[in-house]
Design a protein around this ligand. Structure first.
Ligand code: CP
Ligand code: NVA
Length: 309
């Protein structure tokens, strides 16, 4: 299936619910095909001659390298645009940046602070805008997460996933992804760190019904997937002391895993060992974090080729 577009409006991917369930599954299936093609060494230059602009206001390892490598493997090209390397860093409005980039490149992936910044980019862009992480959402991560869950669990039926820790950008997009794929989700966060109410509403609109709790042990009992992320996201460094105190008891360590003997452990990375997750858990055979990291490549290639075809 191909993306539905109008003559004037490209499709954007600002959060997971920009895709229908059918479209999401089509992207995941395409990701499987690309993964097989890479493993078999088969040529798949589906974006030959196309260029991706990659706008970054925040640091990145996986997002930057997987998008750039992905474009190379698809026969295209990617340009790294650090905020301070372009006129945006000297005050050029985002709406002008977006219109100018649209005249050169075929799609833009943007990692920014405020979510409204990707919305402005999309409003003024004549090419697809892909959210590479905002303060509120990380939908490309969710594509890789769902691909990883499907690989490890053999499908989405009867899978129960638990999010532990901060109800942050990664958690919010994951909640929408679980709702779209009917993965049963429990979210365990300290008081005041939950997923935003509007995201819960959007998940419910998609047919999800996340269970909300502040009890990590109750949450993980008999889970298939346990997923965590840092307690201090990029831009929250000043809140470190308060957060370290508030998240006490939410660490994914071997004690907690005793309550979920069959669970695999996920983390979007980068991890802060000794904070939200212990070193022994991330290095254990329960950990599927590097499969997740690899799947960023395959999932994003699928998304780009689907958006650009
Ligand atoms: N998971 C993720 O987005 O990693 P980077 O910050 O390294 O891109
Ligand atoms: N929640 C983290 C994810 C990094 C990939 C952050 O926003 O810093």
């Amino acid at each position: 299936m191909t993306p539905e577009t109008t003559d004037t409006q490209p499709r954007h991917f600002l959060d997971v619910d920009d895709l229908s369930e059918t479209e999401l599954l089509a992207v995941l299936d395409r990701a499987d095909e690309y993964k097989r093609a890479v493993e078999a060494g088969e040529d798949h230059a589906d974006l030959s001659g196309q260029t991706l602009g990659m706008l970054f206001q925040k640091a990145s390892t996986r997002t930057r390298v997987s998008f750039e490598t992905g474009m190379t493997q698809l026969g295209g090209h990617a340009i790294f645009l650090g905020e301070d390397d372009i006129q945006l860093g000297r005050g050029e409005p985002l709406k002008d940046t977006s219109r100018a980039l649209s005249r050169y490149v075929d799609a833009v992936m943007a990692r920014v602070f405020k979510h409204e910044n990707v919305e402005v980019l999309a409003e003024y862009s004549s090419v697809p805008i892909v959210n590479g992480l905002t303060d509120d959402a990380h939908p490309c991560q969710t594509l890789a997460d769902l691909l990883t869950i499907r690989e490890h669990e053999g499908g989405f039926d009867d899978v129960s996933a638990v999010w532990i820790g901060d109800g942050n950008n990664v958690a919010q997009s994951f909640a929408l992804g679980c709702a779209l794929t009917d993965v049963d989700l429990t979210v365990a966060t300290p008081e005041g760190y939950g997923i935003d109410d509007d995201v819960i509403e959007r998940a419910r609109d998609l047919g999800g019904d996340p269970t909300i709790t502040a009890d990590p042990v109750e949450a993980v009992t008999d889970a298939d997937i346990i997923y965590t992320d840092v307690w201090i996201s990029m831009g929250q460094e000043d809140e470190r002391d308060v957060r370290m105190n508030d998240f006490d008891g939410f660490q994914v360590g071997s004690d907690l895993l005793e309550h979920a003997p069959d669970a695999s452990v996920m983390h979007c990375l980068p991890a802060h060992r000794g904070e939200e997750i212990t070193d022994d858990v991330i290095e254990s055979d329960r950990s599927i974090v590097f499969d997740q990291a690899e799947n960023r490549l395959h999932a994003q290639k699928a998304l780009l080729s689907w958006l650009l075809e």
